[in-house]
Design a protein around this ligand. Sequence first.
Ligand SMILES: Cc1cc2nc3c(=O)[nH]c(=O)nc-3n(C[C@H](O)[C@H](O)[C@H](O)COP(=O)(O)O)c2cc1C
Length: 313
Amino acid sequence: MDIRSAPLESLTDAVFRRVHHRLFGGVEKYYIPFVSPTSHHCFPPREMRAIAPESNAGVPVVPQVMTRYPEHFIWAAQEMSDRGYDEVNLNIGCPSGTVTAKGKGSALLREPDVLRAFLDEIFTHAPLPISIKTRIGFNAPEEWGALLEILRQYPMKELIIHPRIRAQFYKGEVYPEAFQLAAETGLPLVYNGDLFDLPACLALQEKYPGMPMMLGRGLLANPALPRQLKGGAPLSVEEVARYHDALEKEYSAIYPKDQVHCKMRGIMKHVACCFERPEKMAKMIAKTNPYNYHAAVEKLLQAPLRETPGFVP
Ligand SMILES: Cc1cc2nc3c(=O)[nH]c(=O)nc-3n(C[C@H](O)[C@H](O)[C@H](O)COP(=O)(O)O)c2cc1C
């Protein structure tokens, strides 16, 4: 089974990737949340750290780039190649209003001609194999057929599909028939979306045997999910405690206390979904401040794990 860790900006950072890979494993590739190059042709310090080979030592990562300008993408791809990466991922799925206002991310899906011209340029000039992470449309799922016709013209390494439209952000039903349409093209696909627990992943594998799966919130909630899918042990409370402490130790070496709390709270409110009364537990962690956070985690670790640990929206 081929499992990928989805990029989640501010959550699946280098510390998360290193600690998860060391403690749990089972992930073929971790996608680094997007960097967004500009005409200045330099990365800000935060992005520089995220893509630095030393931040990702020993971890199989794929850098992701988000832009609407081919020359910025080609520059960034060269920077990734210079750092030793062998693939670059293009983000044309991000739904965020600040991103789409600049015509980036999923905004490219509502401008098919711009998208085609962009892809023509980057597939001609980028120095690395390109994979693409997309949605199935901006305003309506009916846009997908025409978008897929464009996408299939390019020799992409992989097409990662989150079968929602931009207007849905990460909520509402996915469109399985849109993914099926893509599966019929023979493109090398990766499925992403709502694979929150073991049964959901197994159902996808039953429908599409061998299909690579990208897990976002499900992996963040249950870090043992990839391992278990590969026949390993399920999550235990003891390892949640070890995982928590390892993350906190690495964050504390980099950030001041309040930022460490923000980082830990962001991850642990997802992990809290694996415990009984998941909504209540997630809310308890989400409400913490740096002073009462550890008491809340203690309380969480006293609770039993759910039978099917995973993300609860
Ligand atoms: C907080 C947050 C940050 C995200 N950041 C990125 C990102 O940097 N790049 C990207 O391609 N997708 C990003 N995504 C989308 C995820 O990669 C993924 O497509 C989405 O969570 C759906 O997968 P899931 O249902 O397995 O969580 C983000 C999603 C969330 C909720």
